[in-house]
Design a protein around this ligand. Structure first.
Ligand SMILES: NC(=O)c1ccc[n+]([C@@H]2O[C@H](COP(=O)([O-])OP(=O)(O)OC[C@H]3O[C@@H](n4cnc5c(N)ncnc54)[C@H](OP(=O)(O)O)[C@@H]3O)[C@@H](O)[C@H]2O)c1
Length: 291
């Protein structure tokens, strides 16, 4: 049995699905009862409801579990405490393999949520548990937050300059890599960067969208202050807004680039390109509309 924490989010559901495709038995830790259906339809056989901040809750969820795939909620102020609770619980119940869903370049102190993940990595390395750390780049799926405006207005908005270059990764490739390290031997005490493509400017992203959608899409660089005001209106907390704004400033100054070789080696094929991701999304949306 493999426990997936943070399981009802997009990462958790993708990992559960990839694991169940490999025939693995998955227990999902969810936060609320209304999340049970989402994880069961992704393939979880067993569901526990609990708070990741609570060591007793985490111990209960880890009873009888061989491996843990730990996913902290996105941009959580409690990332270090949650990581500590998960690692402590795993150590006391005898989990054989702890896999941590980290992030690409956690050593960037200017991005608080990356730096917090580095602290969790450090605790895990010093825990004596057999571990694997996965460090994914930004997901291609993040663009789906703007899918409607891309389709209806031909505008792809980003809170950094259009020439900012980012490496991206398809979440499906990340989930497949997670399923490989959790079910195949040879990945203890390893740290893997999961990067799908070498790096695209936002103008290049818009050009690929134009080509694949068959209509013009242009990138629109939104001033950071305007993004912060919009984020406040949507109810995002001050910590999350400040942390994400510091990430966007970092992107503007330094780009955010990685190398896809490690992911290709793990998957034994080339990682999915951004064009392939857009093609698949168009197919999936058409299918959903027809259903
Ligand atoms: N997006 C990217 O491009 C990217 C790239 C690399 C790494 N990552 C990392 O991926 C991770 C997951 O991101 P995501 O967007 O898939 O996650 P998410 O949507 O934030 O999902 C996390 C899940 O955890 C639950 N949760 C929150 N607090 C909890 C608690 N105290 N106890 C138990 N469950 C709790 C949430 O439920 P509620 O709805 O009840 O809060 C939600 O279902 C993050 O750590 C992020 O840094 C993301």
């Amino acid at each position: 049995m493999i426990l997936v924490t943070g399981s009802a989010g997009k990462t958790g559901r993708a990992v559960i699905h990839a694991l169940s495709e490999k025939g693995a038995h998955v227990r999902a830790l969810v936060h609320r009862p209304d999340q049970i259906q989402a994880v069961e339809s992704s393939g979880a056989q067993d569901v526990h409801i609990g708070d990741m901040n609570s060591i007793p809750n985490m111990k209960r969820a880890m009873q009888g579990v061989r491996a843990v795939y730990h996913i902290c909620p996105n941009v959580s102020q409690e990332e270090i405490d949650i990581g500590q609770a998960a690692i402590a619980a795993a150590g006391t119940v005898g989990v054989e393999h702890f896999v941590f869903h980290s992030v690409l370049k956690p050593q960037t102190e200017a991005m608080r949520h990356h730096w917090n993940k580095l602290r969790v990595e450090e605790q895990l390395i010093e825990s004596r548990l057999p571990y694997t750390i996965l460090q994914p780049a930004a997901y291609m799926q993040n663009i789906l937050a703007h899918w409607e405006s891309i389709l209806s207005e031909g505008i792809y908005p980003v809170p950094y300059p259009a020439d900012t270059r980012l490496s991206l990764v398809d979440l499906l490739d990340v989930a497949q890599a997670a399923s490989i390290v959790l079910t195949e031997p040879g990945h203890h005490f390893a740290i893997y960067e999961l990067v799908g493509i070498e790096g695209l400017s936002q103008t290049e992203v818009a050009a690929i969208l134009s080509q694949e959608l068959g209509r013009p899409v242009r990138v629109s660089a939104v001033p950071l202050e305007a993004w912060q005001d919009q984020a406040k209106d949507t109810g995002l907390g001050d910590y999350q807004i400040e942390t994400l704004a510091s990430m966007f400033r970092y992107y503007q100054h330094f780009d955010f680039l990685g190398n896809p070789q490690v992911l290709g080696w793990l998957l034994k094929r080339s990682p999915n390109s951004f064009s392939a991701f857009v093609k698949r999304t168009v197919r999936e949306r058409l299918h959903q509309e027809r259903a």
